[in-house]
Design a protein around this ligand. Structure first.
Ligand SMILES: Nc1ncnc2c1ncn2[C@@H]1O[C@H](COP(=O)(O)OP(=O)(O)O)[C@@H](O)[C@H]1O
Ligand SMILES: [Mg+2]
Length: 595
């Protein structure tokens, strides 16, 4: 499950620069912005024409005025030329705006789509996919697509139009002269592309090495003490130096190639010019072409070399975008493994009966829960105890379909959990976990989760029931106190109390408490325990507890070991049974001095 990390964070494989299937699908995102696309495309021929016309004016100026000395009408020509240059700048400006707007809008929509899709995926998916990589989809990959729109695709078409236009103009002005010039083109294009390709490969390698160095650096700094302890510094130093040296070589090679690229293009254009003058001189002598034509050709050749130089860069942009699109669409095509059945009917109320029918469950290879068979009656209070890692949390996550069993079925009130809409299910199974998840917003919002059905009165009543009202009213702004992200400005106990208040407000039929008091101090624990006790009344409750003393009074205690329920019964029954529970209890009893 761990393909080379760099394959994802860095640029990836070299794909084709145009994949029509991906592209057509991409266009569906661009469709709402037809207007901008038409604008961007319509500007291309105008821009090309404006550029092609300039050397034509120069030719006229040379042939009709400069070489003859007849200045009549020259100022008109000059004005026209200045006008063209002005128009060229203005169009360039418009193009840059329309391309950027188009790219950013499309990318905004793709991001929106990606994000809401991610929200529908189940917990299992995030289990198997590194979050960094998913974040990459939303940030870097969409950025690559935006690059394609704003600087790849449109300008590639524009370059093509320009080159075509210049070719036609040259052929129209002087066919034989243009033939000589164009002869050199294939060599120049091939050379440029070759150098640039090599350059990109080396630059990519350089970035990779740089990332590796940064990674090693962090590793070393973080692990510095341990390294000293084990006297591994020399070994590490050698490894770091090796990467550092390779990085140095790569950067040097890349600079060398870059210099070569510019010299090559310089040399190529100079040689082409020389060819032009050498052959052109003969044609001028025999009056086949004018001096103005030669001057115009010089200008054309100059204009040809810019697009050629940028060509391979644009192809790379396109390739990166195609790879990004492929990954984005792959993610979008991942269906949520846990989905609502179309036939789901919301139930008015749950009675709160839970059944596990021969359930097996695991996250990857190996089972975390084995053959769980269990019925919990409505209103029953059941504790689950067992060593860390025995599967307690996993077990309760099957109830609200955070995960699904690999084998067997979980039922609530006689119906498989998959028959309930997820929304209904997750509201009817309330969870109080070790840490309550709070978000940036007011206390009231954090209790009601912005559900309009939970009125302010309800929120207040819930806070009274949970006992949270005490600390809330001591705050200057009370219910309107704004919490920082994750509730950083509250104590752990206060955060838990808010989580419990939430439960009072939503009133779930089934309550699951997963080590709800294990991360709070003793004083808060007493308050929280009182609140939880009141919360449990009138509902089915599952209590996962570390401290056995907290669960002595429940109806039934299940002992989970390595994913199997090994013992079940009341506290007294289990003590009498003198098995795992009795042992654990003795151990804790001694450790805590009775508690
Ligand atoms: N998201 C997960 N992905 C992979 N393995 C997990 C995940 N959550 C728990 N496990 C593994 O499943 C086993 C049971 O974990 P858990 O249900 O959290 O136990 P408990 O709550 O009893 O401590 C452990 O071996 C744990 O490492
Ligand atoms: Mg747990």
């Amino acid at each position: 499950m761990t393909p080379a990390v760099h394959a994802d964070t860095e640029e990836t494989r070299y794909g084709s620069f145009m994949d029509w299937k991906l592209f057509v699908r991409f266009l569906s995102y661009a469709k709402p912005y037809r207007g901008w696309i038409v604008t961007a495309l319509a500007l291309l021929p105008v821009s090309a024409l404006v550029q092609i016309a300039q050397p034509m004016l120069i030719k006229r100026a040379v042939d009709n005025h400069l070489t003859t000395g007849n200045m009549e009408g020259f100022s008109v020509l000059l004005s026209a030329f200045i006008l063209l240059v002005g128009v060229q700048f203005f169009i360039g400006y418009l193009q840059s705006i329309s391309n950027t707007v188009l790219g950013q809008r499309v990318v905004r929509d793709i991001r929106k789509h990606l994000f809401s899709h991610l929200m529908t995926l189940d917990a299992g998916y995030f289990n198997h996919h590194a979050s960094g990589r998913l974040t990459n989809r939303i940030t870097n990959d969409t950025e690559a697509v935006s690059q394609m729109v704003s600087s790849g695709l449109v300008s590639l078409v524009g370059d093509f139009l320009l080159l075509l236009g210049i070719g036609i103009s040259m052929a129209w002005l002087a066919p034989s002269l243009s033939l000589v010039t164009l002869l050199a083109m294939p060599v120049i294009v091939a050379g440029t592309v070759m150098i640039t390709r090599k350059l990109r490969t080396i630059q990519r390698r350089g970035r990779l090495l740089q990332a590796q160095m940064a990674g090693k650096m962090t590793e070393e700094v973080e692990g510095a003490r341990i390294l000293r302890l084990f006297r591994l510094q020399d070994n590490r130093r050698q490894r770091f130096n090796k990467v550092n040296q390779e990085h140095f070589d790569t950067v040097l090679a890349s600079n060398y190639l870059e210099a070569m690229q510019f010299s090559f293009i310089d040399a190529a254009s100079t040689i082409t010019m020389a060819l032009l003058f050498w052959y052109g001189a003969g044609l001028v002598e025999s009056s086949e072409v004018t001096i103005g034509t030669i001057v115009a050709f010089v200008d054309y050749i100059r204009r040809i070399f810019f697009p050629i130089r940028d060509l391979s860069g644009k192809f790379t942009t396109m390739q990166a975008a195609m790879t990004a699109l492929e990954r984005i669409f792959n993610l979008l095509d991942t269906p949520p493994a846990i989905r609502d059945q179309p036939s789901n009917q919301p139930l008015p109320t749950f009675r709160g009966e839970i059944q596990f029918l021969d359930c097996d469950f695991g996250y990857g290879d190996g089972l975390v829960l084995k053959n769980i068979h269990l019925t919990i009656a409505p209103g029953e209070k059941v504790a689950i105890v067992g060593p860390t890692g025995s599967g307690k949390t996993s077990l309760v996550k099957l109830i609200n379909r955070i995960h699904e069993p690999l084998r067997g079925e979980v039922k609530i009130d006689g119906l498989p959990v998959s028959h309930y809409p997820l929304r209904t299910l997750r509201r009817m199974v309330g969870m109080v976990q070790q840490e309550t998840l709070l978000f940036a917003g007011t206390i009231a919002q954090n209790i009601s989760l912005n559900d309009s059905a939970i009125t302010l009165e309800k929120i207040h009543a819930a806070a009274v029931e949970s006992g949270a009202i005490g600390f809330i009213e001591r705050l200057e702004r009370g219910m309107d106190t704004v919490l920082s992200e994750r509730g950083g400005n509250l104590s752990a106990g206060e955060r838990q109390l808010l989580g419990i208040t939430r439960m009072f407000a939503f009133n779930p039929a089934i309550l699951v408490m997963d080590e709800a008091t294990s991360s709070v101090d003793t004083i808060s624990e007493r308050i929280i325990r009182t609140a939880l006790k009141r919360l449990m009344e009138q509902r089915t409750a599952l209590i996962i507890a570390h401290r056995l003393s907290t669960v002595q009074n429940v109806d039934r205690i299940l002992v989970l070991v390595k994913g199997c329920i090994v013992e079940a019964g009341t506290h007294d029954q289990l003590l009498k049974y003198n098995g795992v529970y009795a042992q654990l209890y003795q151990l804790q009893f001694q450790g805590e001095g009775g508690d």
